[in-house]
Design a protein around this ligand. Structure first.
Ligand code: AMP
Length: 362
């Protein structure tokens, strides 16, 4: 079976690494000549709206998927005429736009921060008056890794904030005084079978995910599964979906969804029976899903900007390095490690030691 992937970054690369043992082949459509997934499949060097190349991709593959949600809607619509595309155009339409996704959560009874649609500075002034400060202004689309958003703490921050984010459609959210951030990675098959990985605790640094730790018997696991299950069903979703929540007042508030494999699920490569990458491929290919239970304790640390000396990283006990083969650049995710352990105590010690190595390297 041949899988077409729109985007050829590290997520595409890890999909290919998971699918190759299942006998799958890959083609990546990506305009970047140095797309890091290209080493693992055919590379169609073309823009995301290049119809002749999209047509060629559709003719060559059995199913198409995405490694990012900002794919132009026309691209998805065009491809869907010729080849099955998962997740669906509708799932992407919702997940790429913060207004649509928060409105869906509200419709499904999933708690969210207070939010408002912002089309002008006057809308922002009115929304601040009703939601209050602090609040977070975010572009509705194209935001990632903390980009395209601004925390508004006092009245002076509100003046001109809409222009600062480019005068594009935005959403204002009440600031959530969260005690933690967690994500739930779920997978739904073509026949509706659904599985969930254990909740993951996430820590960010300047908006970029830094550390994910897979939890054991998290008290909010069942609630999170209930919320995510509602979204999967409503969208008749196929593939992996990541759902990010704020932990607050002993409950959950929805932040956002990503209609794809997700950075907070990378630990599943070594830390779960079947990884998020393999399960995404199984789902879109119409194959049975794999077990999502974790094996031991796991944590994932991102390498942002650069990867420390390989020999020093892999000298750590039970440490699995993923070097994406991308050019090093400040603020860019260029690799990660999964740390594995039999107990959480040992895992915590491993994390601290690796963080020290990363700090020394920086
Ligand atoms: P996002 O791109 O929406 O995931 O936001 C990036 C990070 O900003 C989140 O992981 C949070 O740490 C923080 N953040 C986003 N929205 C809010 C909010 N409404 N209240 C508090 N912190 C937020």
């Amino acid at each position: 079976m041949k899988i077409g992937v729109i985007g050829g970054g590290q997520l595409g690369r890890m999909l290919a690494l998971a699918g190759t043992p299942l006998g799958m082949n890959f083609a990546f459509l990506d305009p970047a000549p140095d797309a890091c997934a290209a080493a693992l499949g055919e590379h169609l060097l073309a823009d995301y709206n290049d119809l002749p190349h999209l047509r060629r991709l559709a003719d060559e593959v059995d199913v198409v998927t995405f490694e990012f949600e900002s794919v132009p809607a026309e691209t998805v619509a065009f491809l869907s005429q010729f080849v099955p595309v998962y997740p669906s155009a509708e799932a992407l339409r919702i997940a790429r736009d913060r207004w649509f996704e928060k409105s869906l959560f509200q419709q499904l009874g999933i708690p969210t921060p207070a939010f408002a649609d912002i089309q002008t500075q006057a809308d922002l002034d009115a929304a601040v008056a009703s939601i209050g400060l602090p609040a977070v202004l975010k572009t509705r689309t194209l935001g990632y890794d903390g980009k395209g958003q601004k925390v508004l703490r006092k009245a002076e921050d509100v003046t001109g904030a809409f222009a600062e984010l480019g005068s594009v459609p935005c959403i204002l959210e009440g600031f959530v005084p969260f005690t933690g951030e967690v994500s739930l990675i779920a997978v739904r098959a073509r026949d509706g079978a659904t599985r969930f990985y254990p909740l993951v605790h996430n820590s960010h640094d300047t908006g970029i995910l830094k550390l994910s730790i897979a939890s054991s018997d998290h008290p909010l696991q069942a609630l999170a599964e209930d919320y995510v299950g509602r979204v999967l069903k409503q969208l008749d979703y196929v593939g992996v979906l990541a759902f990010e929540f704020f932990e607050v007042d002993g409950g959950l508030k929805a932040n956002e969804i990503a209609p794809r494999v997700h950075n907070s699920g990378h630990w599943t490569i070594e830390g779960a029976e079947c990884s998020q990458f393999e399960n995404h491929l199984r789902a879109i290919a119409g194959l049975p899903l794999g077990a999502t239970r974790k094996v031991g304790e796991s944590a994932m640390l991102n390498f942002i900007g650069s990867v420390p000396e390989v020999g020093k990283v892999i000298a750590f006990e039970d440490c699995h390095l993923h070097h994406y083969g991308k050019a090093f650049k400040a603020g860019r995710k260029v690799g990660h490690v999964t740390l594995r352990s039999v107990t959480r105590d040992i895992l915590d010690r491993q994390i601290m030691a690796l963080e020290t190595l990363i700090d020394q390297h920086a």
